[in-house]
Design a protein around this ligand. Structure first.
Ligand code: G3P
Length: 216
């Protein structure tokens, strides 16, 4: 199981990485902007994330044509071995993914909405695909069914490409897909906190602590 923090907010990401439960941090330009950062801050984000224990840090290449994306992808990977280069699953992005993957660069194709895109991602040699579950559902599609189809076709064909689920609405959605073998998830910090919010567990903590305090 690999869990990731889908944020560029330093204190939120560091808090999750400090638990030892999160393998890394995923970003995109929107996530950078939400944290008050931009692409110029990518080297600094890479530094604090890896210093906080991230084993993979995902940065998205930007630009509209394959050449630009490949060049930016190489620059991003040049930051260090923990970088995974994200590319949008457009024609240009998928072609750039194939070029970078052929050079041994770990890649993730993002904004994946259709199981057919999982096929071309596998042909490109992508390390991961990131379907957007919440946005699939919001668009009226069968989000869980489509993600499952992606996972199944990759597993059935023996592809090395893995589903890394993104745009996650809640923990039960992850549980439902994990039951079918999906094992990589990137989530907003607020969703991650749901893992630690069970009321009965909180009550058990209080009961055990009270028992310790009451021990003669
Ligand atoms: O990494 C996925 C993210 O950019 C989209 O997530 O929650 O805004 O749909 P969300």
């Amino acid at each position: 199981m690999r869990l990731y923090a889908d944020t560029a907010d330093r204190s939120a990401a560091e808090g999750l990485l400090a638990t030892g439960l999160f393998a890394g941090v995923t970003t995109n330009p929107t996530i950078l902007r939400r944290a008050g950062s931009g692409v110029d801050d990518i080297p600094a984000i890479y530094r604090w994330a890896t210093e906080s224990g991230a084993r993979e840090v995902f940065f998205q290449a930007w630009g509209e044509d394959t050449e630009t994306l490949v060049e930016r992808g190489r620059e991003l990977r040049g930051l260090g071995d923990e970088v995974v280069v994200k590319l949008v699953a457009s024609r240009a992005g998928t072609a750039a993914c194939a070029r970078l993957a052929a050079d041994g660069v770990p890649t993730l194709l993002t904004a994946v909405y259709d199981p057919g895109q999982a096929m071309v991602a596998a042909a490109a040699g992508a390390t991961y695909i990131a379907p957007y579950l919440r946005r699939l559902i919001a668009a009226g599609r069968d989000g869980h069914g489509d993600v499952l189809a992606m996972h199944e076709l990759l597993a059935a064909t023996g592809s090395g490409t893995k589903v890394l689920l993104a745009s996650i609405p809640d923990v039960p959605s992850m549980v439902a897909l994990a039951r079918h073998g999906v094992d990589c998830f990137t989530m907003a910090p607020a969703i991650a906190e749901q893992f630690f919010a069970d009321e009965l567990t909180a009550e058990a903590v209080r009961t055990f602590e009270d028992a310790v305090a009451g021990t003669p």
